[in-house]
Design a protein around this ligand. Structure first.
Ligand SMILES: [Fe+2]
Ligand SMILES: [Fe+2]
Ligand SMILES: [Fe+2]
Ligand SMILES: [Fe+2]
Length: 402
């Protein structure tokens, strides 16, 4: 297996790219593998996290020499982000990208849930994925309603589109979104990478919705982005609270760089588009050097060896692949869960009910109305059920007779 600590990367002073090198060809929106787009979105989230993390670190850092080193690496991360996100083609609407964001959330979180060794962390991913699964269904209905287009053109038939835990039930009291963190001294190193990856993915989704939502003219679109954008805030709270807050800044820096190596390596081994694969490989070679520098900073300022906190080799590569049976099993068993404190319950408790009353005010939220409006206009809902009827009988679609 690949251990990035044993490899030589591209020296930092040779990582800077000029405009010509930064001007990458976007993927072909009609011919590209949907999972290539998912890998681009996931890695964009990772690079945005690298940039914002480094800014936070710099703002609390009193040593000018370290600040300058962080600025130097951060500029390269910023170039990497511009390259990765600019691989996405221009699209007629942000809704198309939104469907891809939810597909990322569904299939990346499912993979992580399946591979996660710690049962408490695994439950956190299983819980969250059923919500993004429902978001995909709500946005798919909005897509057809306002653009007359079908989500299948975006997600292909890799990811099913049907109700998950209903979006209206995602609005929990904020204190019930805070989970217990793992213990950095005993946790499996893979769990740290999982938490960082999903946290970064949810963070970019939240940022995307809160910025593109108001660009729509249609009231139902504006309202749906506002509603789901607030749930992504809950998801960021949920996932970030899994990370041990006792990690030092140096340890966090090493974990971030290591995770970047892990994901570029993973996607390089899976990528079907050769031009995109070449970028994953180039960025891996940059990250290996960034990890080496982070490790040196840790040795110098933390007095510890990076190898002491990292796995001896990269774990099994992360893969984008269909998770249909896994999700159907979760739908059948976990759809009615909510959270209470740091744990999970099946009953709607008092704090949940109070939050629901305050937020909904007795009216149907946009996530319900978008389905009603779709039914009113087309006589049915938009769904993509490739493996048979919905596993929960109550969520099977009643065909209207009009
Ligand atoms: Fe990076
Ligand atoms: Fe979502
Ligand atoms: Fe989410
Ligand atoms: Fe990096």
């Amino acid at each position: 297996m690949f251990n990035p600590l044993d490899h030589q990367g591209i020296p930092l002073e040779r990582q800077l790219r000029n405009w010509r090198e930064l001007d990458v060809d976007p993927i072909d929106p009609l011919a590209a593998d949907p999972y290539t787009r998912c890998r681009i979105i996931a890695l964009n989230g990772i690079e945005v996290e690298a940039i914002l993390f480094s800014h936070q670190f710099a703002r609390t850092c009193t040593d000018p020499e370290v600040k300058r080193k962080l600025a130097e690496i951060r500029y390269i991360e910023a170039q990497q982000q511009r390259v990765v996100n600019w691989l996405l083609p221009g699209v007629p609407s942000a809704l198309e990208t939104t469907l891809a964001y939810e597909q990322v959330a569904v299939d990346l979180t499912s993979w992580v849930a399946r591979m996660e060794p710690d049962p408490y962390l695994q439950q956190a991913y299983e819980f969250g994925v059923l919500e993004d699964f429902d978001h995909l269904y709500r946005y798919a209905n909005l897509f057809e309603l306002i653009e007359r287009r079908k989500a299948a053109k975006v997600v292909d038939d890799l990811t099913e589109v049907m109700p998950g835990r209903p979006t209206k039930a995602h609005h929990r009291h904020p204190v019930d979104n805070v989970r217990d963190p793992y213990d950095r001294t005993t946790v499996n190193p893979l769990s740290k990478l999982h938490a960082l990856t999903i946290m970064a993915a949810e963070q970019q989704t939240m940022n995307f919705y809160m910025n593109v939502g108001p660009q729509y003219m249609e009231p139902i679109a504006r309202q749906l982005y506002q509603e789901i954008g607030l749930i992504e805030e809950e998801h960021v709270t949920h996932y970030e609270s899994l990370v041990d807050p006792g990690e030092t800044w140096w340890e966090r820096l090493v974990n971030h760089e290591y995770n970047e190596c892990y994901l570029y390596y993973s996607f390089m081994t899976q990528e079907s588009d050769p031009k995109v694969r070449a970028i994953w490989e180039l960025h891996l070679n940059m990250e290996v050097e960034q990890l080496r520098i982070a490790g040196d900073l840790m040795r110098r300022y933390d007095g510890r060896e990076p190898a002491d906190i990292l796995a001896p080799a990269l774990p099994e590569p992360v893969r984008f692949e269909p998770n249909k049976e896994f999700l159907r099993n979760l739908l059948a068993t976990q759809i009615d869960l909510t959270t209470l404190g740091a744990g999970y319950v099946r009953e709607a408790h008092e704090r949940f009910e109070r939050m629901q009353q305050q937020l909904h005010g007795g009216e149907a939220p946009a996530s319900e109305r978008v389905i009603d409006e779709h039914r009113a206009k087309f006589g049915d809902e938009y769904r993509l059920e490739t493996q048979g009827p919905h596993p929960v009988a109550a969520l099977r679609e009643e065909k209207q007779h009009v």
